[in-house]
Unconditional design. Structure first.
Length: 403
């Protein structure tokens, strides 16, 4: 797909011009003639280097922005406004320049004869496969407004769940980072002052004090190598995670982690249930739905489990059986899915599972926060308090000798 600049004349004699995305020059001419415009000049626009395409300059489109856009879009379509007019209004309201440009591109594609779903698929970084496939089902079924409203509800709930999990993960990381920073400052800048003072005295130091001073000296001399080592480990782990086997191994370890693993598993179950329920209730075929759900699961172990379930259905079996064999999904979830299959009410059953596990994630996050908070306070107190006491031990020893 390339960008072409064109100039043409309407039946009234008015000369108009603009840009359009198309496969070829002949495709542009055909599109213009469909709009009763006689082409005068059509040429491909040379693409200049766009700094905006670099991720460091590109503003991301968040889930909240997407849910608001989808909710407003559903309301406008339900009110009977044409698709192009809806996009024109919504594009003008966006403060996010990336999203504004994306909506403008959608409008251009639809004006050029593309379906809404096909236009969405050109922007996978903003509209994932779930979004575009549900819109495609809505267009075919003539219920785009209902599908968009359902999508907006799904995105809102998914973002709420993601926020809870992210908050649970961020809290201990922030506390540990603050602790590491405080200890590093003490070892690099405060302890050396004490070391010089004790060196001038020349007396033998208590073992804890000597250990802290040796640690401070080691950190001062090798801090650069330690930082390089940490960066190298992070880069190596990220590179390994990008490989198929690495993603499977690391995602498997994450699920087995104490406390965090339970939250990740419950979050995966809630996302799987909510996504598949939304797709099935929107008329997306089960095979397509499972493939999309697998790709958007966010965990390779869970993705493999869902794909095995898909293969089972293709072979004429049930969904529940392979899900039970993977040991990823809890027994209660498998039983409820089995009941849903037997009663033909799978989408409603999956929605109930999602609601239940949303609450489970809430409860797990609250319990983890309540558990981690006192542990972190004790940890910080022991580390920093230990450093302070170790530095004052020689002073106490000198004071007792004087008396």
């Amino acid at each position: 797909m390339a960008v072409f600049t064109w100039e043409g004349m309407k039946k009234t004699g008015e000369v108009v011009k603009g840009n359009i995305d198309a496969q070829s020059e002949s495709a542009v001419i055909a599109l213009l003639r469909q709009q009763d415009i006689r082409p005068i000049n059509v040429k491909e626009k040379k693409a200049a280097f766009d700094f905006g395409k670099l991720n460091i300059f590109k503003e991301k489109v968040g889930g909240k922005e997407l849910s608001i856009f989808t909710r407003q879009f559903a309301t406008m379509i339900d009110a009977g406004l044409p698709l192009v007019q809806c996009l024109d209004i919504l594009g003008g309201q966006q403060e996010n320049k990336t999203f504004q440009k994306t909506i403008k591109d959608l409008k251009t594609s639809i004006e050029g004869g593309s379906t809404f779903a096909a236009a969405l698929k050109k922007h996978p970084d903003v509209f994932d496969s779930l979004y575009s496939n549900l819109v495609a089902a809505g267009e075919v079924g003539g219920m785009l407004d209902a599908i968009l409203a359902r999508l907006a509800t799904y995105i809102e709930k998914a973002e709420k769940l993601k926020g809870r999990v992210k908050g649970a993960m961020i809290y201990p990381v922030v506390v540990l980072s603050v602790a590491a920073g405080a200890v590093s400052i003490l070892l690099l800048f405060v302890i050396p002052v004490f070391a010089k003072m004790f060196g001038d005295i020349g007396a033998a130091l208590p073992a804890p004090t000597q250990f802290v001073m040796d640690l401070s000296s080691f950190l001062k001399h090798y801090i650069i190598y330690i930082i390089i080592g940490i960066v190298a480990i992070v880069v190596a782990v990220r590179s390994y995670y990008r490989t198929g086997n690495g993603k499977l191994v690391i995602d498997g370890l994450l699920l087995k982690m104490p406390v965090f693993g339970d939250i990740i598993r419950k979050n995966a179950v809630a996302r799987f249930s909510r996504t598949l329920s939304t797709m099935m209730s929107s008329g997306v075929p089960i095979m397509d739905g499972l493939e999309i759900v697998a790709r958007t699961s966010g965990n390779q172990v869970v993705e493999n489990a869902i794909m095995k379930a898909r293969e089972s259905i293709a072979a004429g079996k049930t969904i529940a059986e392979p899900l039970a064999q993977t040991k990823v999904f809890p027994g209660m979830v498998v039983q409820m899915i089995s009941v849903g299959e037997a009663t033909g009410n799978m989408d409603a059953m999956l929605s109930k599972i999602a609601d239940f596990y949303d609450e489970e994630v809430d409860s797990a996050v609250a319990n983890m926060t309540a558990l981690i908070e006192p542990i972190m306070i004790v940890f910080l107190g022991v580390i920093i308090g230990g450093l302070v006491v170790a530095m004052y031990l020689p002073i106490f020893k000198i004071a007792s000798t004087v008396h």
